[in-house]
Design a binder for this molecule. Structure first.
Ligand SMILES: Cc1cc2nc3c(=O)[nH]c(=O)nc-3n(C[C@H](O)[C@H](O)[C@H](O)COP(=O)(O)OP(=O)(O)OC[C@H]3O[C@@H](n4cnc5c(N)ncnc54)[C@H](O)[C@@H]3O)c2cc1C
Length: 378
């Protein structure tokens, strides 16, 4: 009986957790190791900040799904990994052995050094807190802080640092939250090193700028800013994400950005039975954007390859039948700009405004429903 360990409750592992019964019925032991029983879905994180969704609505019930399928959940983070002994060192001070390992630990905010800001809200003065965009749960704390200030003083000045897709979504949704809190003239400052917000250009960029301006967001494009020097009551940091730094201590080959290098089967380079997916993986065949879309596309391949590798570990199959991941086609990009507006684009095709938000919302809700429908909590 092979032991399969899933590290992190990211977008790929949530699907493996949903199908846990297929692995346990085949006689394998399945363990999911992650700090929290529920994983907040990033695609709906900005909407949760803006008050469109509750935190509960965006939680993926990872532990419950794996337990329902006969697997086990361990509330811990991995601190390091020894590929020779196939062992993980956990934050609970336990060691965990595996026959097959899959790493889906996602990303964290890159360092804000040079801007003198820490990435944790706890380190900032309590009266002017700073929240990082990851982990997504920080956005729930940011929302409470904004609501609290609006209740106490009737207003709250919000700064968002980072003009990528996440920063743009946060700025629009922070303005929406302020309006919901009764602020007539919301004041949100968005700081970006580049004028090309979210990497957009042409009419798409013009539309996003126009929507932000109407929402009360002032865009400051130019050099880097020091978040600790901003005149804001609440600051949100979205200065770019990178694979979790823990991976550097895994004894495996990493790419320059710190992700684990994987082959076409999503197998960590130089290993037989370690897989890495989502933002944890650097796909050797072709660089991939750090978007959840790719993690979702990897789900089926990972499930097949885990089942096969467990059978190989038991001596019942051959690794030759591993499936290949093909990063084919352009993906649908989208932004929730707050106030029920958005923009969706794919190749040369674009939709904007209310229809774009309605479609993004429907896609996100359908994704959540797939995992929440069998949960007793949702
Ligand atoms: C605000 C925001 C909005 C976004 N919107 C979109 C969008 O609309 N569409 C899109 O495609 N992409 C979007 N992205 C990008 C997307 O979030 C990431 O690409 C995606 O989350 C990567 O998924 P993942 O499965 O690799 O990891 P994640 O979803 O980040 O999951 C990682 C998991 O690993 C756990 N973990 C971390 N460290 C450890 C450890 N040491 N040990 C054990 N467990 C650990 C975490 O707790 C978590 O459960 C957005 C990002 C942000 C910040």
């Amino acid at each position: 009986m092979a032991r399969i360990v899933l590290l992190g409750a990211g977008h790929c592992h949530i699907e493996v957790a949903r199908r846990a019964g297929e692995l346990t019925r085949a006689g394998h032991e399945l363990l999911l190791v992650s700090p929290e029983r529920e994983h907040p879905y990033s695609g709906m994180g900005p909407g949760m900040l803006g008050g469109t969704y509750s935190l509960q609505q965006i939680l993926l019930p990872a532990a419950e799904l794996v337990e329902r399928g006969g697997g086990r959940f361990i509330a811990a983070a991995a601190l390091s990994h020894n590929p020779q002994t196939r062992t993980l060192q956990l934050s609970t001070a336990h060691e965990l052995n595996y026959d097959v390992l899959s790493v889906n630990t996602g990303s964290e905010l890159g360092s804000c050094r040079g801007t003198a800001a820490d990435t944790s809200g706890a380190a900032a003065p309590a009266e002017r807190p700073v929240y990082a965009v990851k982990p997504i749960r920080q956005l729930a704390a940011a929302r409470s802080a904004i609501e609290q200030r609006c209740r106490a003083r009737g207003n709250c000045r919000v700064a968002v640092v980072g003009g990528g897709a996440a920063g743009v979504e946060l700025a629009g949704n922070a303005a929406q939250l302020l309006r919901r809190c009764g602020v007539i003239d919301p004041a949100v400052d968005l700081y970006s090193t580049t004028a090309a917000l979210a990497g957009l250009e042409g009419s798409r960029l013009r539309y996003v700028r126009r929507r932000l301006e109407r929402a009360g967001v002032t865009v400051h494009a130019g050099g880097k800013v020091d978040p600790s020097q901003l005149r804001a009551d609440v600051t949100l940091l979205a200065t770019g994400i990178r694979p979790v730094a823990t991976l550097a201590g895994f004894g495996l080959r990493c790419a320059a950005d710190g992700a684990l290098r994987v082959d076409r089967h999503l197998r960590a380079e130089g290993t037989a039975r370690v897989f890495a997916v989502g933002d944890s993986a650097w796909f050797n065949e072709q660089p991939l954007d750090r978007v959840g879309v790719y993690a979702v596309r990897m789900q089926g391949i990972l499930m097949h390859n885990l089942a096969l590798s467990a059978a190989v570990a038991d001596g019942n199959a051959e690794a030759r039948q591993l499936e290949r991941f093909e990063a084919t086609g352009v993906y649908l990009g989208g932004l929730n700009l707050g106030f029920g507006r958005g923009i969706l684009f794919r190749g040369r095709w674009t939709i904007r405004g209310r229809p774009a938000f309605t479609l993004k919302d429907a896609i996100d809700r359908r994704f959540m429903h797939k995992f929440q429908q069998s949960s007793k909590y949702f």
